[in-house]
Design a protein. Structure first.
Length: 73
């Protein structure tokens, strides 16, 4: 018998990994069945821009932090 997991309403959790690298982790349930998580990575480049590898939805919290870091390029 399958257990249906509720949708996660947890906020994205940003973490500074090193001086110019941040991760944004967010739990979610795939198809409402499988508990999983995703992580996006932002790297501030020498020119002040931000390179983003996004694998999580863009939440208001994530957008605010990215805006603080610099323009995404």
């Amino acid at each position: 018998m399958f257990h249906r997991y509720p949708s996660f309403s947890v906020l994205t959790s940003p973490a500074q990994v090193t001086n110019n690298v941040w991760t944004f982790s967010r739990p979610f349930a795939r198809f409402g069945l499988l508990p999983m998580g995703g992580r996006s990575t932002a790297i501030r480049m020498k020119n002040g821009g931000v390179w983003l590898l996004a694998s999580t939805p863009l939440s208001p919290e994530t957008k605010a932090k990215l805006d603080e870091l610099g323009p995404v390029q």
